[in-house]
Every structure is written in C-alpha cells, then in structure tokens.
Ligand binder design. Structure first.
Ligand code: CA
Length: 238
C-alpha cells in the first residue's frame, strides 16, 4: 500500500476517539504516534519527524491552533521541524468561523466530529500523496555530496558518511540553500534552538568536525566565512 510506512501523529485528548483512531490507522498500515495534550504533540513534531499530524483543537493544556502556528512559523533553516508538515484538524468546532480560523492558521484540511473514518482515511491519503510529490522531499545533491532528508543519510562520492545528529542537522540546514552564507545566529537558532543563543563555540566545534569529515577527500564543502558564519559549496576548491 502506497502510504503503508507513513507516520501519523495523533493529538487527541478524548481517550475513546484516540483509541478508535489508533486501532483503525494501525490496521490500515500507518505508524501512529499518540499525544494526549498540546505539549506532547509539540514534542513529537520536534523529535519524531511524523509525515502528517491529526490535530484536535480543544486540548487540556491549550488550543490545537497553537500547534498549527508553532509548526507553520518554524524556521526552515532548522531541520528539526518541517514547516510544511501536513496538518489535518479534527474538531468538534463546526462553524464556518472555526473552519476558516483553522485554515487561516495553516490547516491543510479540516474535519468536523462526528466523522466518518473512511473519509478521514481518504483525506489522509490525499494529503500524503501531495506531500510525496513535493520537490523538497527528494534527495539533495551538492557536488559529490548527497543527502536524503527522509532517511537522514549522507553520501560523499557515493560512500555513506557517519554524522552525529547535530552535525547532520547543521549540514541539512546549510543544504537548504547551497552557497548562501548562514549567520551563526541563524544556525544556532535553527539547529540548537533559542536557548543556545550565543554559544557560538558549540556551533564552531560541530562545524569543525563536520568540515573535517566532509573535506577528508580533499574537497571543500563547508566554508567558514570569517566573522559571519558558514556556507555549503560544491566541493571544488577555487
Ligand atoms: Ca478535545
């Protein structure tokens, strides 16, 4: 089945609804991550790379709309949170104003409870089909360097390169726009989050190790732009 391996994050506090959906989505071949509140949902979108999220709006610790905003406003440089994550709202709020508000905040689809499971499944599949055609999900190539953002794997001259999680995130951030100079602040915010702002030494030591690994064969991929930040180039030394 085409969507068999897709991971669906389900953010729903109503236990019977959640259990029903977990049973059915699992039976239909989806990997399901369960969150019963907004905080757990936010944690999952950051750490577990779901392919789609089903978001209830009335949650014990806040409004599901906050999660929509959190995702859509994510920094594209980050690599740890995809601002294009498909979001399907599943809510008891049924007025036009509620639906418009949902779409306004970035929902890709909106379903009102009570719902038909068959229809929900059809909408999930439609959203996943669209996502998989998105150019951003393919492999990235920069010279002899290749990245698979879905598998989080990197090859250099066709040979897999072992990178730590942060080294990978840093490379992924730089690869979103090769040749552009990313400032240290951008990279710190994107890869380490706001709390590490100012810890440029952390960034520099990771960039140093990443550079060493990628430049081992005499290429130059990671370029330190003094006083500004870093950029990724195609490896040819000019
Ligand atoms: Ca609820």
């Amino acid at each position: 089945m085409e969507s068999a391996a897709a991971t669906v994050l389900l953010i729903e506090d109503h236990l019977p609804t959640r259990a029903f959906l977990v049973d059915n989505l699992s039976a239909d071949g989806f990997e399901v991550l369960e969150a019963d509140c907004l905080a757990a949902g936010r944690r999952f979108v950051r750490t577990s790379f779901p392919d789609l999220a089903i978001v209830d709006l009335g949650l014990p610790d806040g409004d599901g709309l906050e999660l929509l905003r959190h995702v859509r406003e994510a920094d594209r440089v980050a690599g740890c949170l995809d601002p294009d994550l498909p979001l399907l709202v599943l809510s008891g709020r049924s007025t036009d104003i509620d639906r418009l508000r949902g779409f306004d905040r970035g929902a890709d689809d909106y379903m009102v409870k009570p719902f038909s499971y068959q229809e929900l499944r059809a909408r999930i599949r439609a959203l996943l089909r669209r996502t998989r055609r998105r150019p951003g999900t393919g492999r990235l190539r920069v010279g002899a360097l290749e990245l698979d953002p879905v598998a989080r794997q990197v090859w250099l001259h066709g040979v897999p390169v072992a990178l730590s999680k942060k080294e990978y995130a840093l490379l992924r951030a730089l690869a979103t726009e090769p040749t552009r100079v990313f400032t240290r602040e951008e990279l710190l915010r994107g890869v380490w989050g706001f709390r590490s702002m100012g810890h440029t030494r952390t960034l520099d030591s990771h960039a140093f190790r990443l550079r060493k690994k990628l430049n081992a064969a005499g290429d130059a991929f990671i370029v330190n732009v003094w006083g500004v930040g870093y950029r990724l180039v195609d490896g040819a030394i000019d």
